[in-house]
Design a protein around this ligand. Structure first.
Ligand code: PLP
Length: 375
């Protein structure tokens, strides 16, 4: 069976250290350690006093409680992992066997798709429809789901297009799964990155018994370097995910768990969400102005959430060629539409410091103009 590589992550790993402007990362400008601790001397002392032993492998009780509160779940439903990346991988490993049918949402972050293909599954994708503001094509989902469908994987809010599902859409997806007894894997790492409202996107948790929700400190909280994520699952799945977690990583780090307890404590949590939403809202305004000034070369369906713009370019070039030209000639790394299963788009991260973002957008504009002129 051929191995399906994770093209997006390979692209980022290969090139992110080689450019001046990295607009391919999918979160906001990261939070510094001092900023997380609020420059509080007592918090710094507590950090320095930590004994670097193995932590509780599934997460400390305090941390599991804080994560449970984020999803309105119980602490026993929470397993702390090395990022959402591990949570997605061990969920697929727990649920998917060779020959199973898996349905994913596209455009999408293609981790679950790749893990399912590598587990020998037959994978179909149901679209978010660009002609309908990237709303999910639920009729397509309904047609696709079949008696041997084991898993329906969605990302809400979506990466790369930023769609937030309505309650009605969530109910339809749940009903499609329930009809055949499939599991739902709801990747919810972008909850908390809403652009137009302060209301946190509802979680899939509690709507249907065969649901796994995945979360992380990497996006809404601005702390990807902690490599701390989680899954929220019913007991039937928890045992099997936990076993795989012990094989793969044993646990995330003690320091990360301690800092995650700080990040998710209510006062810090709200401070971090506000900080990152401000970056997202300001960054998107700058991105939109830049697109408006492009004389029809660029367009976008405004995203509901995330620090990402999925920008369409009206040029007859493959997205990987354009992304390579931006990298080589413009010193800017963006992700190509092809990395998400859609051509003629670039995913541009905008939740960054204004100077950094503006300089990078200028550089992208210069290279795109050269490509338009054929130079
Ligand atoms: C939808 C989605 N899920 C999971 C991940 C992995 O996140 P983490 O940094 O928590 O491993 C990403 C990272 O970009 C993502 O976009």
């Amino acid at each position: 069976m051929p191995f399906t590589p994770f093209a997006l992550e390979e692209w980022q790993s290969r090139y992110e250290q080689t450019v001046t402007h990295d607009l391919a990362d999918s979160g906001c400008h990261p939070v510094g350690l001092g900023e997380l601790l609020g420059d509080d001397p007592e918090a710094i002392q507590r950090l320095l006093a930590i004994a670097l032993h193995y932590p509780p492998v599934g997460g400390s009780d305090t941390l599991r409680g804080l994560i449970a509160a984020w999803h309105s779940a119980a602490p026993d439903n929470v397993l702390v992992t090395v990022g959402a990346a591990e949570a997605n991988a061990i969920t697929v490993a727990s649920l998917v066997s060779p020959g199973d049918h898996v349905v994913v949402m596209e455009p999408g972050y293609r981790q679950v798709r790749g893990c399912a293909l590598n587990a020998g599954a037959d994978v179909d994708a149901f679209p978010l429809d660009p002609d309908h503001h990237w709303r999910p094509d639920l009729d397509a989902l309904e047609r696709m789901v079949r008696p041997d469908t084991k898993l329906i994987a969605i990302t809400n809010p979506n990466n790369p297009v930023g769609t937030i599902l309505t309650e009605t859409e969530m109910d339809s997806i749940t009903a499609a799964a329930d009809r055949v007894g499939a599991w739902i894997l709801a990747d919810e790492v972008y909850r908390g990155t809403e652009r137009l409202t302060d209301r946190i996107t509802p979680s899939f948790w509690g709507r249907y018994d065969k649901t796994v929700c995945v979360g992380s400190l990497s996006k809404a909280f601005g702390l990807p370097g902690l490599r701390l994520g989680w899954l929220v699952a019913p007991p039937t799945l928890m045992d099997s995910a936990w076993r795989r977690h012990e094989y793969a990583t044993i646990s995330t780090s003690k320091l990360s768990m301690h800092l995650a307890e700080t990040a998710l404590a209510p006062a810090t949590r709200d401070r971090l969400l506000t900080r990152n939403r401000t970056l997202i809202r300001d960054g998107y305004t700058r991105l939109q102005q830049w697109i408006d000034a492009s004389d029809g070369l660029l367009s976008i369906v405004p995203p509901d959430a995330t620090a990402l713009g999925f920008v369409q370019y009206h040029l007859n070039h493959a997205s990987l060629d354009v992304a390579n030209a931006l990298r080589a000639r413009g010193n800017v790394l963006v992700s190509a539409g092809a990395h998400f299963g859609v051509e003629n788009h670039l995913r541009i991260t905008h939740g960054l410091k204004p100077d950094h973002l503006d300089a990078a957008l200028d550089s992208i504009h210069r290279v795109l103009t050269e490509l338009t002129r054929g130079t």
